[in-house]
Design a protein around this ligand. Sequence first.
Ligand code: NAI
Ligand code: A1CAB
Length: 273
Amino acid sequence: MQHRNITFIGAGNMAGAIIAGLVEGGYPADLITVCAPSATHRDALAERYGVHSRSDNAACAAEAEVVVLAVKPQLMADVCRALRSEVDFSGKLVLSIAAGVTVERFCALLGDRLNIVRIMPNTPSLVGKGMSGLYAPDYVTADDRDFTAALMTSVGKICWVDDEHGINQVIAAAGSAPAYFFLFMEAMQQEMERQGFPAEKARLLVQQAASGAAALVEASPGVSLGTLRERVTSKGGTTAEALKVMNEQKLPEIVASAMQAAIARAQDMEKQF
Ligand SMILES: NC(=O)C1=CN([C@@H]2O[C@H](COP(=O)(O)OP(=O)(O)OC[C@H]3O[C@@H](n4cnc5c(N)ncnc54)[C@H](O)[C@@H]3O)[C@@H](O)[C@H]2O)C=CC1
Ligand SMILES: O=C(O)[C@@H]1CCC=N1
C-alpha cells in the first residue's frame, strides 16, 4: 500500500487501536504522528509503537498529508474550528472516525468540498481484526478512496456504504458491537463465578467458546448462522433448553431494539454535534 504522512488528532481508545494495528501490520511508525493536549496517552503510544507524539493540533495537521479526526463527537466542532483558522485543508485527505458528525457538518467546519472519508472502525483493529465501514462523497478521488481502504484493510476488514446513513447502520452492527459481545461474555463469566468457578477459569471457558464460535463462523462462509446454531443444538438436550429461555425472554427482539437504539442515537448526535 501507499505510505502517506498521517496525523491523528486524538490519542484515545480508537486512535490507539488503529495506530497499534497499523504499526504491527508494518505501516512505518515514523510517518505517524499522534496529537492530543494531554501527554499521557499519546506518549504511551509513542513509547510503545514508535510514533511521534505532539501537542499542537494545527502544526501537526498542517504538516500531514492525511489528518485523522479521532476526538469525541461533542468536541469535534471546537477542535475543527481551531484547526481551520490555521490549516489549509485543500490537498489533504481528512478521515473522520467520529460517530454522529456528518460530511455536511465537516464541510461547514473545515471547508466546502472537503476531501473527506468517514470511517466507522471498531476496537478489534488493535489486533488486526477490525471491521470498518467507509463512506465518501462522490467527489473524493479513487486514489484517496483506495488509500483509505488499504489503510483500514491493514487493521481488519472493510465495507463501503453508498449513502451516509449506512455509517450509522455500521455503528449498530460493528462499531458498537464489540461491547454487546463483551456484555454477553461478562454475563456468562459472572454466572460461572456464581456457580463456583474461579474468575480466571470462568473467563477462559467463555473466551475460548466465543473465539471458537467466531472462528467457526469465519471458517464456514457457506453455512448460515442458523445452521451453525442448529449443529450445536441436540434435540431434547441442554442447548435447546438454554436457547428456549433466551427466546422466551426475547433475546432476538432485545438485540434488534438495541441496534435500533444505537442508530437513533447516531441520528440524534448528527443534529446535536
Ligand atoms: N471507542 C470505540 O470503540 C469507537 C470510537 N469511535 C469514535 O472515535 C472517536 C474517539 O473515541 P474514543 O477513542 O473512544 O474516545 P477517547 O475518549 O478514548 O479519546 C478521545 C481522545 O481525544 C483527545 N482529545 C481531547 N481533546 C482534544 C483536543 N482538543 N485535541 C486533540 N485531542 C483531544 C483525548 O486526549 C483522547 O485521547 C469518537 O468520535 C468515537 O465516536 C468510532 C468507532 C469505535
Ligand atoms: O459509543 C460510541 O459512540 C462509539 C461509536 C461506536 C463505538 N463507540
